[in-house]
Design a protein around this ligand. Sequence first.
Ligand code: FES
Length: 96
Amino acid sequence: MGAVGEFADGVLTKVTADGAWFVVVREGDAWYAFPDRCTHAKRPLSDGTFEGGVVTCIYHGATFDLNRDGKATMPAVRALSCHAVVVEGDEVFVEA
Ligand code: FES
């Protein structure tokens, strides 16, 4: 899916895995992956911002806490599904 060096710290990076779009982001040694689709109105979360394990959708302001199982804030109701990221050597993989 990509090399570790392709993922800058705190930058939401859009990738494909098993035919679906995901966003991968790293923060220090912590890696996160989730679908590139807000649970509110299905807009791309890769357009949003990320800080402290929380992704914010730029369209209507919902937030998803990736350290709390993708817990959502309004206007989103459903949590974001979090996917495991596996780093093997220099390669990054998302478990879709
Ligand atoms: S589409 Fe993300 S908050 Fe509405």
